[in-house]
Design a protein around this ligand. Structure first.
Ligand SMILES: Cc1ncc(COP(=O)(O)O)c(C=O)c1O
Length: 396
């Protein structure tokens, strides 16, 4: 019989003004994107993130697609993307028709190895080869990317920067050239997701932020079918139906009001996992001294050669605990097998041994204790008791 998960990977916490605002939507009959919550959510999100402008979208993928198009990605252009990420990061680039250069991770943050990309771009330029016109950095799992080499590339070669901050609401750099800035606000565009499993949610939704007023106006234009005339039926280019609804924005705004509390809870969760895992044979998640991560998902690397992620996932599921392996890198995913790439061994290693532990904002210390004792037991038993393939199957 399949076990039912009792401690889930990441579930939303909807304990604020969500119901009140949703009731307002229904009572006022404003359920579409014409309602007032969309504008309020955009204004408050911009304020909170420190960006000048914010434009709400129907998903994080939609936000990335619009940002890519505005950054100039398109046929004949090359866009550098982290290989270790969720596939939406690359799909948004592919929608524009651009080619992709996949870049390996650096071991200390699991994010794009930006020094390596820097050296490669300089070499390409010297040899007269095509260089990326856009770099998409992904702040994977809530840890900021070492972005300074990419800022230098922007300075030297005019390369545009899109930050995929889908998983990193509220994460920031603490020192260096961008010390004090939040992720998403340093590049030309920053993109966030409010999918149900993210730190804050609107059910489904996304946001593009930018400090460039004209670019934000263009983003607003594109997400709304590129309407140009007053009658709503004239369009001056090919746009998208990527608007956020008033209902989604109502939930998003209520969630945003709780972001600071959620971030503190995540920090406590990470510290507690850190203490509980002190003697376990796992590598704890990255935390560079120049970064303040948001710990969207608390993820570890198994250090023992005897432990296989699939066995741990199944073994914990049988105990009612939902854990998940980390993404196969994009250079292993069918749509991206033929992309040019810079390395990939580090991303492969993270995928092979990586595991995300239950990380909901509402997780209790007792639940974290159960996760770690379940994990430690399985690791202690090691390969000799590899989980029986006939046992419980993962349900996700
Ligand atoms: C890194 C990353 N980029 C983009 C997305 C796409 O966001 P959405 O699911 O809102 O389209 C996600 C998440 O789902 C993600 O994790």
């Amino acid at each position: 019989m399949t076990a039912v998960s009792r401690i889930v990977l990441s579930e939303p916490m909807l304990g604020g003004n969500e119901l009140t605002y949703l009731r307002e939507c229904v009572e006022s009959n404003f359920v579409s994107s014409a309602g007032p919550f969309v504008g309020q959510f955009e204004t408050e999100f911009a304020k909170k993130s420190g960006a000048r402008q914010a434009v709400a979208c129907s998903s994080g993928t939609a936000a990335l697609h619009v940002a890519m198009r505005l950054a100039g990605a398109g046929p004949g252009k090359l866009v550098a993307v982290s290989s270790f990420t969720f596939i939406a990061s690359a799909n948004a680039v592919s929608y524009t028709g651009a080619d992709i250069l996949l870049v390996d991770s650096e071991p200390c943050t699991w994010n794009m190895d930006t020094e390596r990309l820097y050296d490669d771009v300089v070499r390409r330029a010297r040899l007269g080869r095509r260089i990326p016109s856009v770099v998409e950095v992904v702040h994977v799992l809530g840890h900021p990317t070492d972005i300074e080499p990419i800022l230098e590339l922007r300075q030297r070669f005019g390369i545009r920067i899109v930050e995929d901050a889908a998983e990193a609401h509220g994460a920031r750099w603490s020192s260096g050239a961008v010390g004090g800035r939040q992720v998403g606000t340093v590049g030309d565009f920053g993109c966030f997701s409010f999918n149900g499993n993210k730190l804050i949610t609107s059910g489904s939704g996304g946001m593009v932020v930018s400090n460039d007023h004209a670019a934000a106006l263009r983003a607003r234009h594109l997400v709304n079918q590129a309407k140009s005339g007053d009658d709503g039926y004239e369009h001056d280019e090919v746009g998208y139906n990527y608007r956020m609804s008033n209902i989604a924005a109502a939930v998003g705004l209520a969630q945003l009001e709780q972001l600071d509390t959620f971030l503190l809870r995540k920090r406590d969760m990470a510290e507690r996992y850190g203490r509980l895992l002190a003697s376990a044979p796992v590598t704890r998640p990255p935390h560079a001294e120049w970064a303040v991560p948001s710990y969207w998902l608390y993820s570890v690397l198994l250090r023992s050669d005897d432990a296989r992620v699939v066995d741990i996932v199944r073994g914990l599921q049988a105990r009612g605990i939902q854990v998940r392996g980390l993404w196969p890198p994009l250079h292993r995913q069918r749509p991206y097998l033929s992309c040019e790439r810079l390395g990939g061994a580090v991303a492969d290693g993270i995928h092979r041994s990586g595991l995300s532990l239950p990380s909901s904002v509402g997780i209790t210390s007792a639940e974290q204790g159960s996760v770690v004792s379940g994990l430690s037991n399985l690791l202690a038993r090691g390969a000799a008791t590899r989980f029986d393939e006939r046992g419980a199957e993962p349900t996700w």
